[in-house]
Design a protein around this ligand. Sequence first.
Ligand code: HSE
Length: 402
Amino acid sequence: MYVAIMGYGTIGSGVAEILETNKAEIAAAAGQEVVLKYVLDLREFPGSPIEDRLIHDFKMIEEDPEVGMVVETMGGLNPAYPFVKACLLAGKHVATSNKALVAAHGTELLAIAREKQVNFLFEASVGGGIPVIRTLYRSMSGEKIRGITGILNGTTNYILTRMSEAGSSFEAALKEAQNLGYAERNPEADVEGYDTCRKIAILTAMVSGKEVSYEEIHTEGITKITDIDFQYAKKMGTCVKLFGSSRIGEDSVQAWVAPVMIGPGHPLYAVRDVYNGILITSNMLGQTMLYGSGAGKLPTGGAVVADIIEAVQNPHSTIPFGWSAERETVADFSLSSHQYFVRIAGNYSDHEEKVAAAFGNVQVMELDGMDEFAVLTGSMTEEEYQKKAGRFEVRQMIRAEL
Ligand code: HSE
């Protein structure tokens, strides 16, 4: 099958490299040779291995009947969305790594793929190289999936790991992640949790079979996490991770993105650096954890290549995949229950009774020389927490699973 790549950035160039390096393995798995015919990009790449296939006009792909499969690794919505839609309408399979595209237009693009009997696949859009989407729709398709909790963003996991283990500043760690090619074009999408939000929306929709609107998912990033939080975490033997989480109920789902304090007993504790980890809870299998490279050229490119192989294996049919246009109900975040790590201004001895009256039995932590203390509460809803916390001068609140 002839393939075209749209976008020769980090991931697109990774796909081209893998198609060349693993040519024999890919042909054996797909049952035929996979040949890269075009690479679409606005830029020139003199001396690069794809120079002879570089084009600047999308129409060449859209109108070439020989191209059966298109890879979209441009990122963003424009022109990724109109290009992908046009490819599907032209009866071409599409594989994308673009979570923004899948989260915003996945429902429509999946419907077009079904109508045209092609495949719209997006393994690389969540968890980089980790085969989480395929695990959900193939290996776990006979399970009732109850919940998914993941460290789904490599950039923020890298930053939090560097802050925790090397005492790096937020800015220095972000720069390193950007230099390593992990970060989104706009790093705000990573550090504000938007990238994780889209990824948990996609995973939740895959599991529930219904469209999940990412705008309805409560989303907090890591920009308010400070070195003082890490001083407490060190003392407590804990760490802070950015979680995307969803619980799948019969009539609704509970989904959110927020930093969470966890201890060594949590399966995701050991997920460090740029790595991602995804914990899936299902009714027969119990807990399953996937771990691997959540970003980067070759890991993410590899996930796209796996989608190419899947489409080549199913050239004339749409595999059962994705979700319908029915909208899933995302439950109100204020009703979700958590434990809370809370830093409060003042001396604990002056607040002891007030703390007990508000939160009951709590674990108390103090750092030398600080005019504040911290408590670890029991579990309560967000609504309850907000009411109770209103009685104190709260400097920080991080949800906890300890
Ligand atoms: N910016 C993303 C991350 C890339 O850091 O995880 C992979 O989606």
